[in-house]
Design a protein around this ligand. Structure first.
Ligand code: CU
Ligand code: CU
Length: 336
């Protein structure tokens, strides 16, 4: 059942019954594919029956995992006040692990600490970031951080062999949404296998209060043809369609957004029914007011949404095929 073999083109054209196309095109085939019980497939599994957008949210969505499974990746550790020289310690281990990236579809990942993306690392500018890295995987790896640091802490020259460790230590700067990823060649392989994550550096002057979340955009090539078969945020296709992200109209929603999608040059974030401030990289106070941003590989930024309306609002890649293959979800905005 896992790792069904189909090409991405087949998936998009509907030549194969692909779960990824279901929430957009119809849910009739979902129970058979996910192995779950559900309404009878009265259409004979025709994945092109229109079900309407109401079917694209909630329990009917064939997304993997249970409620709260992605909380640790969605919600970053809290920001700490500026205190130059304070040491912020993190421990990361490279682990080879099969992870479920879409309903019934597993991916043989290379992970930091068992998840793709890896854990959110957070520091305040002028903290000393100390990351103890152990390679418990079967291939050599490193951690390359974006930001300003000495060359011997760059994750390029010290290749950490399986069974070995390396401690990265440098002052965290500049503030903004940074990221980290393995930098062992072949780079394309080490990134698409899953070795990356979000790295937030908070400014000395705290950002204004907000509900804060992290969304890492990524993709998974499940058949090894160099094209992604699934697109996700935080690693599970359609997860936030099944479990919408809650927000409050009275509260700014701040999204730390990064693009770690391999193979495709660009990914994007589009929000329905609302505009937001977009701070590119988040290292200055300059922003753009928009409802769609695109990011190249390795690009990232900070989105701030002040909700005008309560209700359910969709967010997704504005590359339609990415949406169909898993990269979509909803915000549930309450009226308080
Ligand atoms: Cu690697
Ligand atoms: Cu990079």
């Amino acid at each position: 059942m896992a790792n069904r073999r189909f090409t991405r083109r087949q998936a998009i054209m509907g030549a194969a019954p692909v779960i990824a196309a279901i929430p957009m095109a119809g849910l009739a085939a979902a129970p058979a594919l996910s192995g779950a019980s559900g309404p009878p497939a009265g259409t004979g599994g025709d994945a092109h029956v229109a079900m309407g957008h109401a079917s694209m949210v909630g329990d009917a969505v064939p997304a993997p995992g249970g409620p709260g499974d992605l909380d640790a990746l969605l919600t970053p550790p809290p920001a700490l006040p500026h205190q130059p020289g304070r040491v912020r310690r993190y421990t990361l281990a490279a682990l080879d692990r099969d992870i479920e990236i879409a309903s019934g579809v597993t991916f043989p990942a290379w992970t930091y600490n068992g998840t793709v993306p890896g854990p959110v690392i957070r520091a305040t500018e002028d903290d000393i970031l100390e990351v103890e890295f152990t390679n418990a995987g079967a291939h050599p790896h490193t951690i390359h951080f974006h930001g300003i640091h000495p060359s011997n802490m760059d994750g390029v020259f010290e290749i950490v062999a399986p069974g070995e460790s390396f401690t990265y230590r440098f002052p965290a700067r500049p503030y903004g949404m940074q990221l980290y990823h393995c930098h062992t060649p072949p780079l394309k392989k080490h990134i698409h296998k899953g070795l990356y994550g979000a790295f937030i550096i908070d400014p000395p002057e705290p950002r204004h209060p907000a509900r804060e979340i992290v969304l890492v955009m990524n993709g998974f090539d499940t058949d090894g043809d160099g094209e992604n078969n699934f697109y996700t945020v935080n690693g599970k296709a359609f997860y936030y369609a099944k479990y919408p992200i809650r927000a409050r109209r009275s509260e700014t929603l701040r999204i730390y957004l990064a693009n770690l999608t391999e193979f495709d040059l660009i990914n994007s974030f589009h929000l329905h029914g609302e505009f937001f401030r977009y701070y590119r990289t988040g290292s200055t106070d300059q922003f753009e007011y928009t409802d769609t941003v695109m990011q190249c590989q390795g690009e990232r930024g900070i989105i701030e949404i002040d909700w005008h309306n309560a209700g359910r609002f969709m967010f997704h890649a504005h590359q339609s095929e990415f949406t169909d293959l898993g990269w979509m979800g909803f915000f549930d905005v309450s009226d308080d």
